[in-house]
Ligand binder design. Structure first.
Ligand SMILES: Nc1ncnc2c1ncn2[C@@H]1O[C@H](COP(=O)(O)OP(=O)(O)OP(=O)(O)O)[C@@H](O)[C@H]1O
Ligand SMILES: [Mg+2]
Length: 290
C-alpha cells in the first residue's frame, strides 16, 4: 500500500515527479488553519466547510479531493481572496489573505474564461500589463514564451472561439503561469474535456511542473486524477466540508494507471471517502467517479 494517511511522508517510491517537498523540508507557502466558510442566503446559512486545515509547501502539487458539495471551490475562492472565512485563518507566506492579489491566479473549469475579443497572445499579455506593469513589448514576449510552453505559439493571433476546449484551457494555463503567481489555483480545470484530452493535459501539466516547479493547488473530484496530478491529497467529506484524511501520492504518474498498487490506492481512497456510515453511499458513488 503506497498512500499514507496522517503519517509522515514515505520515502522510496519516488517517480519522475520528484519527492515530497514537505519531506524535503521545503518552505511552507500556504497555511489554512481551521477555516470555516459559509454562504448566507436570505432563507438560511449554508456552511460550506467546517474547521478545515492544511499546509501547502513550495512546489507542492496539492490536491483537494472530494464529492460534489464538500466545499472545494469555496476553499479555492477563499484562498483566492473572494470569500472571507467566518472563522480560522488563511496565510500566504507570513501574510494573512485579505482579498484577491496577483500572487494567486485561478484557472477555472469553464472554457469561456478568455475574453473573446482579444487574440490568444493578447489574452495572456493583458494581465501582465495590468497586474505586473510590464511594457507592451515585455508582456508580449513573456506571453509568447508561455504560449510556446503549452504548444500554442502558432495560435498566438487566433481568437479564442476558433480554438478547441483543450486549447482554450492551455491558453488559460499559459496566462496563469505567465503571471508567475506564488500559487496557481486550479478548479477542476480538465473536467469538461474528453477523456483523451484530459489525460494529455494532465501529462502536460506535470511536464510544465517538472520544468518550472511552481506550486499548484488543484481541485478535482476524480480519484485517479488526484493520484496522478498530486503529490499530496486532502480528502474532504461533504455537508459541510471536513477533512477526512491527508495522503501522499508523489509516487504516481500516468504510467501507474492500471497497476495493482495504483488500483489499491484508488480503492482505499474510495473507502475513506464513502465508507463513513452516512447511509448515502450510492449517491456519493455517482458523484465521484474517477
Ligand atoms: N453561491 C452560493 N450560495 C449558497 N450556497 C452555496 C453557494 N455556492 C456553494 N454553495 C454551497 O456550499 C457548499 C460547497 O459548495 P462548493 O461549490 O464549494 O462545493 P464543491 O466541492 O466545489 O462541489 P462541486 O464538486 O460540485 O464543484 C455546497 O453545499 C453548496 O450548495
Ligand atoms: Mg466546485
Amino acid at each position: 500500500m503506497s498512500t499514507a494517511v496522517h503519517t509522515a511522508p514515505e520515502g522510496g517510491l519516488s517517480s519522475g515527479y520528484g519527492e515530497n517537498p514537505a519531506a524535503a523540508g521545503s518552505e511552507r507557502l500556504l497555511s489554512v488553519d481551521r477555516v470555516s466558510l459559509e454562504y448566507r442566503t436570505r432563507e438560511r446559512i449554508v456552511r460550506a466547510t467546517h474547521h478545515v486545515s492544511f499546509d501547502v509547501y513550495r512546489a507542492d502539487r496539492f490536491v483537494l479531493l472530494g464529492p460534489s458539495g464538500c466545499g472545494k471551490s469555496t476553499l479555492l475562492k477563499a484562498i483566492a481572496g473572494f470569500v472571507e472565512p467566518v472563522s480560522g485563518t488563511i496565510r500566504l507566506g507570513d501574510e494573512p489573505v485579505r482579498g484577491p492579489g496577483a500572487d494567486r491566479v485561478v484557472v477555472f473549469q469553464e472554457f469561456d474564461q478568455l475574453p473573446p475579443w482579444k487574440t490568444v497572445v493578447e489574452n495572456v499579455a493583458f494581465p501582465l500589463r495590468v497586474a505586473r506593469k510590464l511594457s507592451r513589448a515585455q508582456a508580449k514576449d513573456r506571453a509568447l514564451h508561455y504560449l510556446e510552453k503549452v504548444g500554442l505559439a502558432a495560435f498566438a493571433d487566433a481568437h479564442p472561439h476558433t480554438l478547441s476546449g483543450g486549447m482554450k484551457q492551455r491558453v488559460a494555463i499559459a496566462r496563469a503561469l505567465a503571471m508567475q503567481p506564488r500559487i496557481l489555483l486550479m478548479d477542476e480545470p480538465f473536467a469538461a474535456l474528453d477523456a483523451l484530452t484530459r489525460r494529455k493535459m494532465q501529462e502536460e501539466l506535470l511536464q510544465l511542473w517538472d520544468e518550472a516547479r511552481f506550486t499548484v493547488l488543484f481541485v478535482t473530484h476524480s480519484i485517479e486524477e488526484a493520484l496522478i496530478v498530486g503529490n499530496r491529497i486532502l480528502l474532504l467529506s461533504p455537508h459541510p466540508g471536513r477533512v477526512r484524511a491527508e495522503l501522499n501520492s508523489h509516487q504516481y504518474s500516468q504510467e501507474s494507471l492500471g497497476s495493482a498498487d495504483f488500483q489499491q490506492s484508488v480503492a482505499r481512497i474510495h473507502r475513506l471517502l464513502f465508507e463513513t456510515g452516512t447511509g448515502n453511499q450510492e449517491q456519493a458513488r455517482e458523484q465521484v467517479q474517477a
